[in-house]
Design a protein around this ligand. Structure first.
Ligand code: PLP
Length: 407
């Protein structure tokens, strides 16, 4: 892909018109910039058709509900699944994973095992710790190899007939590695367990075909896929969603309520207690529609080329250590590194102040993985479709310059 692909997309992302240069936003794995269709849909809802959903009978309520329910259809198309009712609308990946971990508790008991991985985000660890604590189950982990990939060759040592749930990141927010979900799904299902996927970093890389990936539940965040903050989704096979109890109780998730007790609506409404984040979710639907208009073959080539440039540039600077595999089809443009003699937060501050490069520094909510590599903090650059050579140049030149001065 020729340079400029990312720059050509920038007019669709309002941040680029509002931030003074230099502006090199490489913190996309934390939160990506909103695309114009999502921002416009959010504003349109809040200013023109704002009303509550699922409950009113007046004109505005009707329009809001139609737009809201349309989001399920948009997300179903984006995820490659047929039934919009399998899409639960949430506030983000964390909410989706908590719904999953709570909803699957009844499958766990003393001696049962939940299999996580060493590279999980805390959002895909803590909900399972809570579930394990409540049920007496044990949490085990698939190890990560030196190259930052899951060591699926050692899967047989940790997956067994006590495993009830396997839960894994589609893409690591630290090493950028892409999990071989079909292989993991086959192994998971062979022992009768279910596969839950944290799709926070997988969903932003283009439309998916979940049936071919083989997972049973898939959680994502709207703000990482160019939609508003406060939006997200949990896709689940209907049979599985139907056996899951709700996570939160309240309005619009019930079938019938008496003083003594309540029964619940079928999925997806059972998991959507109270007034949802209507505007952000409508924005997320618009973002999904926008993403489906892009040429993802070209964008993936573009991202792979830029990722290669980042890795190559970092490798050329003495004192930088990169975590994760070299440029490869099974890794995306999320690159984590340390700089000898400089704390990750200092690296981020210097790059921001001197070059306008936005990075992330810290433990990336992945303390077990940091521990695996003997780190407490690292810096991270993460790309998006609007990233381009100017961003990579600013990152590499800025780091090179800073390291020379501090050495
Ligand atoms: N999982 C992964 C891999 C992430 O990178 C993140 C956010 O950075 C999350 C889960 C949590 O996402 P959210 O804060 O949108 O719920």
């Amino acid at each position: 892909m020729t340079p400029g692909v990312g720059q050509a997309l920038r007019p669709h992302f309002p941040a680029f018109a509002h931030q003074p240069p230099p502006f090199h936003y490489l913190d996309n794995a934390a939160t990506a910039q909103i695309c114009a269709p999502a921002a416009e849909a959010l504003l349109r809802f809040e200013t023109r058709t704002r009303a509550n959903v699922k409950r009113g009978v007046h004109r505005l309520a009707d329009a809001a509900t139609t737009a809201f329910e349309g989001v399920r259809a948009d997300l179903a198309r984006y995820l490659g699944v047929a039934d919009p009712d399998e899409v639960v609308l949430t506030t983000g990946t964390t909410a989706g994973l908590n719904i999953a971990a709570n909803g699957l508790r009844h499958r766990l008991g003393p001696g049962d095992e939940v299999l996580v991985t060493e590279l999980e985000h805390h959002s895909d660890l803590v909900p399972w710790h809570l579930a394990a604590e409540a049920t007496g189950a044990t949490v085990r982990a698939i190890p990560v190899g030196e190259d930052g990939r899951l060591d699926l060759d050692r899967l047989g040592r940790v997956l067994n007939d006590r495993t009830r749930i396997v839960t894994v990141a589609h893409v690591s927010n630290v090493t950028g590695t892409v999990t071989d979900l079909p292989r993991l799904a086959a192994a998971t299902h062979a022992v009768g367990a279910v596969l839950v996927v944290d799709g926070a970093q997988g969903a932003p890389h283009g439309p998916l075909d979940l049936p071919t990936l083989g997972c049973d539940l898939y959680a994502l965040s709207g703000h990482k896929m160019f939609g508003p903050t406060g939006s997200g989704a949990l896709w689940g096979q209907m049979d599985l969603l139907a056996e899951m109890p709700p996570f939160m109780g309240g309005g619009e998730m019930i079938r019938r309520v008496t003083i003594e007790g309540s029964t619940f609506a079928p999925p997806p409404h059972r998991f959507e207690a109270g007034t949802p984040a209507i505007g952000p979710l409508i924005g997320m639907g618009a973002a999904a529609r926008f993403l489906m208009t892009l040429d993802w073959n070209a964008l993936r080539r573009h991202e792979a080329r830029l990722t290669g440039r980042v890795l190559e540039g970092l490798a050329g600077i003495e004192g930088i250590r990169v975590f994760g595999p070299p440029a490869a089809p099974d890794r995306v443009g999320v690159v984590t590194f340390t700089v000898d003699g400089l704390h990750a937060h200092d690296v981020c501050q210097i790059l921001d102040a001197e070059r306008g490069v936005a990075l992330r520094g810290g433990h990336h909510c992945a303390q077990p993985l940091m521990g695996r590599f003997g780190l407490v903090a690292s810096a991270r650059a993460s790309l998006a479709p609007y990233s381009d050579d100017d961003d990579v140049d600013a990152l590499i030149e800025g780091l090179d310059d800073a390291i020379r001065r501090f050495r």
